[in-house]
Design a protein around this ligand. Structure first.
Ligand code: GDP
Length: 295
């Protein structure tokens, strides 16, 4: 397993205990360890570099308070900066639009989009909202049926499947049904691909233009490593992301992708997926992810 950042830094500062303030040389040495820890946690390199720069600016010259070691002091600064970057603002779903409010789910295939769509539907149903789920994935034969089954489990509405209908037309019909049948929220689950391709982006952008979503949530597997940067940048530039959902945090992944995606898009992380079951959706608490990233 990975060595925790505290123990790494403990070693770096072993010889220095008792000094008054953190010198630039001490901090530089310590930040080498922080850098390794962040890279091990799958934070993207460009994000690591920028983050380290900010920590350095905060740490150099800081007085080390008596009750802690210099190592603990640096860990605290890193932890605080992680929390500040991950953010606590805007983590709630924005539902303030004329109903039906549209939530557009985007991401790569297998990221957990369909499951997360149903999880969010269930959460909103518990909050007394009337929710309609619609799958725009016309490429994988069973995708639309999969979402219908999950809608049944969550006991929320699902748009009847019309064979041969294309994504933009489905999304228009979903909003129409939503309006006519008094739904509060319509969740559109888009098709994913294994890799980003421009055809996918153009399709999602066309759906966005047709439905004017209030939320466009980028769903990403917590295992995503360096790819998180391209993924976040592409989706944000081409379709405009309003929030991020990180799935499979019930696994071993350290979740560095959360920091990368947040830093690249500036958009809040709204939910964490913590299992296959529909109630395994957690609201985002930055300290939990910060703790995981630091090990
Ligand atoms: P999609 O292709 O993006 O729609 O992905 P799916 O929603 O079909 O999910 C792919 C697989 O990941 C399914 O087997 C899900 O049960 C599973 N999955 C989704 N979210 C989570 C999660 O938070 N934790 C775990 N352990 N599995 C998940």
């Amino acid at each position: 397993m990975f060595e925790s950042l505290s123990s790494r830094l403990g070693k770096v500062f072993e010889k220095l205990t008792g000094r008054g303030a953190l010198s630039e040389a001490d901090v530089t040495e310590a930040l080498r360890e922080v850098r390794v820890a962040l890279l091990e946690a799958d934070v993207a390199l460009s994000v690591v570099k920028e983050f380290i720069g900010r920590v350095k600016a905060r740490a150099v010259g800081q007085e080390v308070i008596k009750s802690v070691t210099p190592g603990q002091m640096v860990v605290k600064i890193v932890h605080d900066e992680l929390i500040a970057t991950l953010g606590t603002k805007g983590t709630e779903l924005n539902l303030s639009a004329v109903p039906p409010v549209v939530i557009l789910m985007v991401g790569l295939q297998g990221s957990g989009k369909t499951t997360t769509s149903a999880k969010i539907a269930l959460k909103l149903k518990k909050e007394k909202k009337k929710v309609l789920l619609a799958s725009l994935d016309v490429y994988r034969p069973a995708a639309q049926q999969q979402l219908q089954i999950l809608a049944g489990q969550a006991e929320v509405g699902s748009l009847p499947i019309v064979m041969g209908e294309m994504p933009v037309a489905i999304s228009r019909r979903a909003v129409d049904v939503g309006r006519k049948e008094g739904y509060d929220v319509v969740i559109l689950d888009t098709a994913g691909r294994l890799h980003i391709d421009q055809e996918l982006m153009a399709e999602v952008a066309a759906v966005r233009d047709a439905t004017q979503p209030t939320e466009t949530l980028l769903v990403t597997d917590a295992m995503t490593g360096q790819d998180a940067v391209t993924l976040a940048r592409e989706f944000n530039e081409k379709v405009g992301v309003t929030g991020i959902v990180l799935t499979r945090i019930d696994g071993d992944a350290r979740g560095g992708a959360a920091l990368s995606m947040r830093a690249i898009t500036g958009r809040p992380i709204k939910f964490l997926g913590a299992g296959e079951k529909l109630d395994a959706l957690e609201v985002f608490h930055p300290d939990r992810i910060a703790g995981r990233i630091l090990g």
